[in-house]
Design a protein around this ligand. Structure first.
Ligand SMILES: *Cc1c(COP(=O)(O)O)cnc(C)c1O
Length: 295
């Protein structure tokens, strides 16, 4: 809770479940039903969180969903303002879009969205399921922007590999007894694991390592001799390398050489290395990426 800067936490089991819970909380609080999300957003695969996930690949087989969000261009705060209706409960956003291709929001965007939400009494939800827990060099990506959401969702790294999610909310936003719940949420096992994760990040100075190795990564990737790179972007150890062609084959090709990477949005190599990564390993990863050619 301390690291989130918010005042209450509900523990659950996954990121999708955290986002479902966050949207339930926003609905309860505002008595409204719709959400604004962004193009390319990924918020999970439950019926509720799918409604805020942009990619039709994930949604189409399951329509009609309960109530899909209205999707607007990521990075354009005025688009959010224009999309507000009398039924809008809140806005859900990733401070950096992960699945969507590692899109980093510009400095003003999150601040402007915060102001728009304040002005219109909307609940602002930051989905930090991927960007949280040191990934970008701070506990949460929002800390780079000094913008506080009303609700923050997290999962993925927080249990150190065990299934755990959490919803943190500001003062004045909470469920009454019985309004929300889950059998396994906040079990002693996953909470002990999560505390160990927090301790390890602090003791081993992994936020600092995330920042330093992230910078080193960007430097090294920038020196690659490849003529198909359109852009390299990153914050801490969340890095995207956009190529001018589809590059799904990179996953298998790199795995064969001992490097696990992912490809999102079709043409973006996404790197989410362990926060413990060291220079020699960065060098190796860059070497492997540099060497992969079209099959
Ligand atoms: C992975 C992810 C989710 C979904 O989390 P699950 O634990 O797989 O349900 C939601 N939002 C973002 C930004 C994610 O990266």
């Amino acid at each position: 809770m301390q690291i989130t800067g918010l005042s209450k936490v509900f523990f659950c089991n996954s990121g999708a479940e955290a986002n479902d819970g966050a949207m339930k909380l926003a609905k309860l609080h505002t008595k409204k039903n719709s959400f604004i999300s962004t193009n390319n957003a990924f918020h999970g695969r439950t019926i509720g969180s799918l409604g805020a996930t942009a990619n039709i690949k994930y949604r189409d087989p399951f329509v009609p969903l309960v109530k899909p969000a209205t999707f607007v261009e990521y990075g354009d705060a005025s688009a959010i303002e224009k999309a507000i209706t009398a039924d809008t409960a809140g806005v859900i956003l990733e401070p950096i879009q992960g699945e969507g291709g590692v899109h980093i929001s510009n400095k003003e965007y999150l601040k402007e969205v915060r102001e728009i939400c304040d002005k219109n009494d909307l609940i602002l939800i930051f989905d930090e399921v991927q960007t949280g827990f040191g990934r970008t060099g701070k506990w949460f990506c929002k800390d780079h922007y000094h913008v506080q959401p009303d609700i923050l969702t997290m999962a993925k790294a927080i249990g150190g590999g065990l299934p755990m999610g959490a919803i943190a909310a500001r003062d004045g936003l909470s469920f009454e007894k019985g309004e929300h719940g889950t059998t396994f949420g906040g079990s002693p096992l996953v909470c002990a694991a999560s505390l160990a994760v927090i301790e390890t990040i602090e003791e081993d100075k992994l936020l600092e390592n995330s920042t330093a190795m992230g910078q080193y990564f960007l430097e090294k990737l920038g020196q690659m001799k490849r003529d198909d790179v359109v852009g390299i972007r990153g914050m801490g150890l969340m890095i995207g390398i956009e190529l001018n062609h589809e590059c799904g084959y990179f996953m298998d090709a790199a795995a064969e050489k001992g490097v696990l990477l992912n490809v999102t949005a079709g043409n973006v190599i996404r790197l989410l290395p362990p926060l413990t990564i060291q220079k020699e390993e960065v060098d190796r990863v860059v070497e492997v990426i540099e060497s992969i050619q079209k099959p």
